[in-house]
Ligand binder design. Structure first.
Ligand code: GDP
Length: 198
């Protein structure tokens, strides 16, 4: 699959609008500022496929991108905005949970984890929630270029150690940087491989 052929497909504000879509969905989620837009842009070799750092408080939508009519990449709203009201937060959390629990074509949700910082409780809680609800997850570490390699390694190891408290078998894991492009092809090839095995 050629990810540079990615096209914007549609935005959805409600899961009920997502119909007749039988392409397998590879979704991306993470805390705001984790580097999700940068990673999607790196994967699709586009500058502005996913909008970087959309301001919290704006309407949050689920964005679908289409790769050569074979798969959809799904850009989910960020979770854990500190600065928005509880009501708004509940609204997007509602949209996210509804999608994750009810989208029939969801193949995997990649949970993005910032490798430049130590493990964050909100990420662990989100992953635990996915585990409990049997939502298929993968881990994508982002920003692996940002800190010294030793520090980055230590953060990733600490995260996996925490995660192993909830997961008997750790989810498939990727180490990426949108800046250096490290691991971006590995992630793309893995998606293509899964698609070709369907
Ligand atoms: P989003 O809110 O999750 O979509 O995050 P963005 O993609 O907008 O990135 C948030 C911030 O992190 C921006 O300032 C990016 O330039 C920075 N960033 C994203 N990816 C990387 C990366 O791989 N390395 C480094 N050093 N910074 C990154």
């Amino acid at each position: 699959m050629d990810f540079s052929k990615a096209k914007f497909d549609r935005s959805f504000g409600s899961v009920h609008q997502i119909t007749n879509n039988s392409k397998p969905q590879f979704a991306f989620i993470g805390r705001s500022n984790v580097g999700k837009s940068s990673l999607i842009n790196a994967l699709t070799s586009k500058k502005d496929m996913a909008k970087t750092s959309s301001k919290p408080g704006k309407t949050q939508l689920i964005n679908f991108f289409n790769i050569e009519d074979q798969v959809n990449l799904v850009d989910l709203p960020g979770y854990g905005y500190a600065k928005v009201s509880k009501k708004l937060r509940e609204q997007f959390e509602g949209l996210i949970t509804e999608y994750l629990l009810h989208s029939e074509s969801l193949f995997i949700v990649f949970v993005l984890i910032d490798a430049a910082i130590p493990p964050q409780r909100i990420d662990l809680e989100f992953l635990e929630w996915c585990g409990v609800h049997r939502v298929p997850v993968g881990i994508v570490f982002t920003k692996t270029d940002k800190k010294k390699p030793k520090q980055t390694e230590a953060n990733m190891t600490a995260f996996e150690k925490e995660l192993s408290k909830y997961f008997v078998e750790l989810p498939v894991t990727f180490e990426t940087s949108a800046n250096s492009k490290r691991g971006v092809d590995v992630l793309g090839n893995w998606i293509s491989q899964q698609r070709s095995e369907m």
